[in-house]
Design a protein around this ligand. Structure first.
Ligand code: OKP
Ligand code: ZN
Length: 338
């Protein structure tokens, strides 16, 4: 399977994040990508598809903010990484402010997503890696893997969050739809709900979003991913959320996967975008499912059995020592003939 990664994605390296009320080392490290590459490489670099596919999914003012947020932060006399600390209450009168502190609150929703000097470049090339993988599948490959990092599925049209800045899965899905490769479905199997992807397509009936994730009653991102969220307006029934409890192992995960794949088949899907997170692993330091190495291979085989052209984009996975082998097992399963 073609693997795409661009070394410019390593430029994003914040020092720390807020975790359970205290500072901790930033979890979404450049070393994650290096560990995956060591296990699955070599990769091809990204081609540059420019800003248009990003603007199809993201708000122009948000992208302008993201490009200069770190410079603005430094210009305000701050040290280190830009990080929000004041957020508007939902439903409050929207105000357009220029102060960097206010803009960090306006364009983000949490304190785990610092913006460092290299963030824009890394996020840009992460999205371009995903678009490069799309090109390979559009030209006839059955699948391609974009080693996206930073990840994307928590980023919405006009916000960053959950280590995510540009929503690569959404960018690929919108571009695949635009090229007439659809109907397009997105399957998100990261431990955390893909709230950004859901928000981007929640009123859109042309792209199906299906997610299997930890119940947001107990887990980040809390405010999205509940089972009764099924889309809005014209997009009603084009969103399917399958939350599972902490402790879920393959025996309980597999029936949810079967439901997800049945919905994807019912939609008439002809092109699949897969948001893959390895943080469903039993040994993940910030997550609470119980999949083992062999289960990742089974997960890949089950998805491959759908027989759909598939672009896989990397999302989370934080068990540094096992991450590469888990991703390798998943891709081996995904490359099988079902
Ligand atoms: C990004 B991706 C820890 C709570 C979780 C943020 C998790 C972001 C996950 N106190 N922190 O979906 O893997
Ligand atoms: Zn995750």
């Amino acid at each position: 399977m073609k693997i795409v990664f661009d070394s410019r994605q390593l430029a994003h390296a914040p020092a720390r994040e807020m975790h359970n009320g205290d500072w901790t080392a930033f979890q979404e490290t450049p070393a994650r990508a290096e560990a995956i590459l060591a296990a699955i490489g070599p990769a091809e670099p990204a081609r540059d598809f420019g800003m248009d596919p990003l603007l199809a999914v993201h708000d122009a003012a948000y992208l302008d903010f993201l490009k200069i947020a770190h410079a603005d932060w430094r210009a305000a006399g701050r040290m280190g990484d830009a990080i929000g600390y004041a957020w508007p209450i939902v439903g409050r009168r929207p105000v357009n402010l220029t102060r960097i502190d206010a803009r960090l609150g306006r364009y983000g929703y949490d304190a785990v997503t610092p913006i460092a000097a290299g963030t824009w470049d890394a996020a840009y090339w992460s999205a371009q890696s995903a678009l490069t993988a799309l090109d390979a599948v559009a030209e006839g490959a059955s699948g391609a893997f974009a080693l996206c990092r930073p990840p994307g599925h928590h980023a919405g049209r006009d916000y960053c969050g959950g280590y995510c800045f540009l929503n690569s899965a959404a960018i690929v899905a919108a571009e695949a739809h635009r090229r007439g490769l659809g109907p397009v479905a997105i399957l998100d199997v990261d431990y955390h709900h893909g709230n950004g992807t859901q928000d981007i397509f929640r009123c859109d009936s042309s792209i199906l979003f299906v997610s299997i994730h930890a119940d947001p009653v107990t887990d980040y991102p809390f405010y999205w991913g509940h089972a009764d969220e099924d889309g809005e307006g014209a997009g009603r029934d084009a969103t399917l959320n399958l939350p599972l409890p902490r402790g879920t192992s393959w025996a309980a995960y597999r029936p949810a996967l079967n439901r997800a794949l049945a919905a994807i088949a019912d939609f008439g899907t002809r092109f699949l975008v897969l948001s893959f997170g390895a943080d469903t692993y039993a040994g993940d330091p910030i997550s609470h499912f119980a999949l083992e190495r062999d289960d990742f291979a089974a997960l890949g085989r089950h998805i491959a059995a759908a027989g759909l052209p598939t672009v896989t984009v990397m999302e989370g996975g934080y068990a540094a020592a096992e991450l590469g082998d888990n991703v390798a097992a998943f891709l081996a399963g995904l490359s099988s003939n079902g």
